[in-house]
Write a protein of this length. Structure first.
Length: 725
C-alpha cells in the first residue's frame, strides 16, 4: 500500500466524505497534530470517529497496526470496528482498537517480567479483590467491621486511578489503607495477578522504567484516537500523553458538558486543559444536532451555560424544527407525579407513540418504586435499564426475606438467605448440616435450625442461632401490639442489617440505604404486613419483560448515550437534584457535575422533554416540603412552559397566565397560588386513616388536613390519604 501525501487527495473516490457537514469533514481530514473534537450531544460523534479511522487507512497515511483507537467499552470497540470495515469495504483487522484495559493487557503480556509478573498473569475481578483484602485484614488482625474491605478497595482503586503506586501515596489520613495497599500489591505479585487498576498502573511503570519500550510504541503508533475523553481518569491521561509524545497525532473526541462520572475517578480537567497539554492543538466543535428540536437544545444549552468549568459550544438544528417547549410540571407529591407521568404515557400511546420511545430518568434509584407501582396498576409494561426492578434489588430481597420469615416461620428459602446476613458466624458447613437434619426429620429448615439451637451442643453457631430465634420470636410477638411499619424498622435495625450498610463504604451503599427507606414507605401504604408481602409476590410475578414495547426507566447516569422521543425527568427538587451528597463531597465542582447530569437528561429527548417536581415528598422522616430545583430557573424562559400543581401556567410574579412562561424569579416558594382544595372535608369531620385509625379534622390548609387522632395524637395528613368515617 503506497502512502499518499495529504495534498494528493481529492473528493474523487472519497464519497464517504460527502455525507458529512463542514465541521465533521474538517474533523475527519485534520489528521496531523493534536486535535480535540468537542462533540455535543447528537452531533454525529460516532460517524466522525469511524470515518476518520477509515480515512487514515484508505488514504494510506498508516497501516492498521500503526493506528491506536481507544474506547470505553468492548461493545463500542466492536461497533467501531464493524463500521470502519464497512467504509473500507474490507476487514479492519490489525488496528489496536479496544478499551484502555484491553490495550494495556496486550502490552503487559509482552513485557510482564519488567513489572514483576509472568506473561500468564491472572486478572482479578472485584470479588477476587475483596477476597484477597479480607485475607490480608485477617492476617494483620484488623477488624473488618471497623475497616471495611470494600472501603479499603475503593481507596486503593482511587489511588490507582490517579496513577499512584503504594510508594507514591502520602501517609497521613489513610495510613492504614496505605499499609494495606503495599501488602496487597506484594500478595498480587506472589499470586502472579493484577487487578483492573494495575493494568494502567503497570503500563505507566513499564514506560517509566523501560524508556526503550515506550519509544518503540511511540514510533509504532502514527495516529491515536480516543473516544469519550471527558471520562478519562488521571492514569489514562498519563498513559495517553506518554504515547502521544511520538507522532503527536493524538485526536481526542469528547464533550466536557457530558462529564458525569467524577464519582468513579473521571477527571473533567483532562479535556478542559487539552490545549495547554498539547500546544498548537486544533479544536473543532461539532454543534449541529441531528437528534432534538430547537426548544430542547435551547433548554439544555441554557442550563449548561451556567457552568464555569467548560470550553463552550452551542447546539443548533435546522432539521428537527422548533418543536414543543420543554414542559415544567409541578405536582403535589410523588404519588401525584407518578399519576401524571402515567397518564401522559397512556395519552401518547393512544396517539401512536411507541412505549419503547419513552423514558423516565431519575436522579436516585429509590425513585423508581413509585413509577413501578403505578405502571403495574395501569398495565403499562416497563423495563429498568442499568439496574434491577425495585423489588429485585439485593437489599430489598434481603429485607423481604426477614419479613417473610417473620410471617411464615417455616419459610426455608427466606431463612437460608438471611441467616448469615449480616454475618453471625454461621458457616456453610452448619447450613449443610441443618439441611441434612431437616431431611432426616421431615421438617422445614428453620425448624431444624431451631431444634439444633435448643440442643445441648456447644459452639458459636448454636449460640448465634439461638440469639436469632429469640429475636425473631420477640419481633413476631410485637405484631399484635405495634404498628407493622414500626416493627419493620425494628427488624432492620436490631438484626444489624441497616448497620451493615451504614458501615459499608462502597459507592452503592448509600443508594441501598435509600432503597430500604423507600421500602418502609411502601409498606406504610398497606394496613397489614401479609397484605404487603402478597402484593410484592404478585408484582414479582407480573411484567416479566416478555413484551418488547416497554417504557424505559433508569437513572440519569444510565441514560448517557441513549435517546428517546419523549423523556420525563422526575424529581427535580432541591435536596434530591442536585444531589446534596455530591455538593457536600465536591462543592462547586460537584454542583457543576450535577448540572451536567441535567444537561445529559434533557438532551436525551428527540421530540419532547418534561420535567416534574413535587411540592412535598414523603421521605423516611415523613412528609417534607420541597421546592423546585435551582436548575429549573436556569432554563431560558423562551424554551419552556411552567405549569403548577393546579394546572395553571405560572408567570414570574407568581400569578397564572394562559400564555406567559415562567421568567426569572428568586424564591420558588413565592410562585404558587394558595393550593386549591379538591376534597370535600370540613372542620369537625370524622375520618379514617389506615395507619393511625379514626380521628377528627381540626384544621384545613389546602390539601393538608390537621387531624386529631383518637389514639395517635395530632398529625398533618394529605387529604388523599384519609376517608370519611
Amino acid at each position: 500500500m503506497a502512502l499518499l501525501a495529504e495534498n494528493e487527495m481529492s473528493d474523487a473516490g472519497f464519497d464517504y466524505l460527502s455525507s458529512l457537514n463542514s465541521p465533521q469533514r474538517l474533523a475527519v481530514e485534520t489528521t496531523e497534530g493534536p486535535v480535540l473534537i468537542l462533540a455535543g450531544a447528537g452531533t454525529g460523534k460516532t460517524r466522525v470517529l469511524t470515518t476518520r479511522l477509515a480515512h487514515i487507512l484508505m488514504t494510506g497515511l498508516a497501516y492498521p497496526g500503526e493506528v491506536l483507537a481507544v474506547t470505553f467499552t468492548n461493545k463500542a470497540a466492536q461497533e467501531m470496528k464493524g463500521r470502519v470495515a464497512h467504509l473500507l469495504g474490507r476487514s479492519a483487522d490489525g488496528m489496536w482498537l479496544g478499551t484502555f484495559h484491553s490495550l494495556c493487557v496486550r502490552i503487559l503480556r509482552r513485557y510482564a517480567e519488567a513489572v514483576g509478573l509472568q506473561s500468564n498473569f491472572t486478572i482479578l475481578d472485584t470479588d477476587d479483590q475483596l477476597r484477597l483484602l479480607k485475607q490480608i485484614l485477617k492476617a494483620e488482625n484488623i477488624d473488618e467491621k471497623q475497616h471495611s474491605p470494600k472501603m479499603i478497595a475503593s481507596v486503593i482503586n482511587r489511588w490507582k486511578d490517579r496513577g499512584l503506586t503504594h510508594n507514591q501515596v502520602k501517609r497521613g489520613e489513610h495510613d492504614l489503607a496505605a499499609n494495606i495497599y503495599q501488602l496487597y500489591q506484594e500478595r498480587l505479585s506472589i499470586l502472579n495477578a493484577a487487578d483492573f487498576g494495575d493494568l494502567l498502573l503497570h503500563c505507566l511503570t513499564l514506560f517509566k522504567n523501560q524508556p526503550e519500550v515506550l519509544k518503540s510504541y511511540q514510533s509504532q503508533f502514527k495516529y491515536m484516537l480516543v473516544d469519550e475523553y471527558q471520562d478519562t481518569n488521571v492514569a489514562q491521561y498519563l498513559w495517553l500523553r506518554l504515547l502521544a509524545q511520538g507522532s503527536h497525532n493524538l485526536c481526542c473526541v469528547g464533550d466536557d458538558d457530558q462529564s458525569i462520572y467524577g464519582w468513579r475517578g473521571a477527571e473533567v480537567g483532562n479535556i478542559l486543559k487539552f490545549e495547554k497539554d498539547f500546544p498548537g492543538a486544533t479544536v473543532i466543535r461539532l454543534e449541529q444536532n441531528y437528534r432534538s428540536t430547537s426548544h430542547i437544545l435551547g433548554a439544555a444549552s441554557g442550563l449548561i451555560a451556567h457552568n464555569a468549568g467548560r470550553l463552550g459550544k452551542t447546539l443548533w438544528t435546522d432539521e428537527k424544527g422548533e418543536g414543543e417547549p420543554l414542559l415544567i410540571r409541578g405536582t403535589w407529591d410523588s404519588g401525584d407525579e407518578a399519576r401524571f407521568i402515567g397518564d401522559e404515557i397512556e395519552s401518547l400511546q393512544r396517539q401512536g407513540e411507541s412505549l419503547g420511545e419513552m423514558a423516565i430518568l431519575v436522579r436516585a434509584g429509590f425513585q423508581t418504586r413509585e413509577f413501578e407501582e403505578r405502571f403495574l396498576k395501569l398495565g403499562i409494561p416497563y423495563r429498568v435499564i442499568g439496574g434491577l426492578r425495585f423489588y429485585e434489588r439485593l437489599e430489598i430481597r434481603d429485607a423481604l426475606a426477614y419479613l417473610r420469615l417473620l410471617i411464615q416461620p417455616d419459610d426455608g428459602l427466606a431463612f437460608e438467605r438471611i441467616i448469615n446476613t449480616p454475618r453471625r458466624g454461621i458457616g456453610e458447613s452448619t447450613i449443610q448440616a441443618l439441611h441434612v437434619l431437616a431431611r432426616e426429620q421431615g421438617i422445614s429448615l428453620p425448624r431444624a435450625a431451631r431444634y439444633y439451637a435448643e440442643s445441648e451442643t456447644k459452639g458459636a453457631a448454636r449460640l448465634a442461632l439461638r440469639k436469632f430465634f429469640e429475636d425473631m420470636d420477640r419481633w413476631r410477638s410485637m405484631l399484635d401490639t405495634e404498628p407493622h411499619v414500626e416493627i419493620v424498622k425494628i427488624v432492620l435495625d436490631e438484626s444489624g442489617y441497616t448497620t451493615m450498610w451504614q458501615e459499608d463504604k462502597s459507592a452503592d451503599a448509600p443508594g441501598r440505604l435509600e432503597n430500604l427507606k423507600e421500602l418502609v414507605l411502601a409498606i406504610e401504604e398497606f394496613q397489614f404486613l401479609p397484605g404487603f408481602l402478597e402484593h410484592v409476590s404478585l408484582v414479582m410475578d407480573n411484567n416479566q419483560q416478555a413484551k418488547e414495547d416497554m417504557v424505559n426507566l433508569m437513572t440519569l447516569h444510565s441514560a448517557k448515550g441513549l435517546e428517546f422521543n419523549t423523556v420525563f425527568l422526575a424529581g427535580w427538587e432541591e435536596g434530591l437534584f442536585p444531589h446534596p451528597k455530591s455538593m457536600q463531597d465536591s462543592g462547586q465542582a460537584g454542583l457543576e457535575e450535577e448540572r451536567r447530569l441535567g444537561y445529559v437528561g434533557i438532551s436525551r429527548a428527540k421530540k419532547r422533554s418534561i420535567i416534574t417536581y413535587c411540592l412535598q415528598r414523603r421521605m423516611h422522616k415523613g412528609w417534607q416540603t420541597a421546592i423546585p430545583s435551582r436548575f429549573i430557573k436556569e432554563i431560558p424562559n423562551k424554551h419552556m412552559i411552567h405549569i403548577n400543581p393546579n394546572g395553571a401556567e405560572v408567570n414570574r410574579l407568581g400569578g397564572t397566565s394562559s400564555r406567559t412562561p415562567i421568567a426569572d424569579f428568586r424564591n420558588f416558594k413565592d410562585i404558587y397560588e394558595k393550593p386549591v382544595s379538591f376534597h370535600t372535608f370540613e372542620i369537625g369531620d370524622r375520618i379514617f386513616h389506615q395507619k393511625f385509625g379514626y380521628g377528627e379534622v381540626i384544621e384545613i390548609d389546602g390539601d393538608k388536613l390537621n387531624i386529631e387522632f383518637d389514639h395517635s395524637g395530632n398529625k398533618k395528613i394529605i387529604a388523599d390519604f384519609v376517608n370519611k368515617a
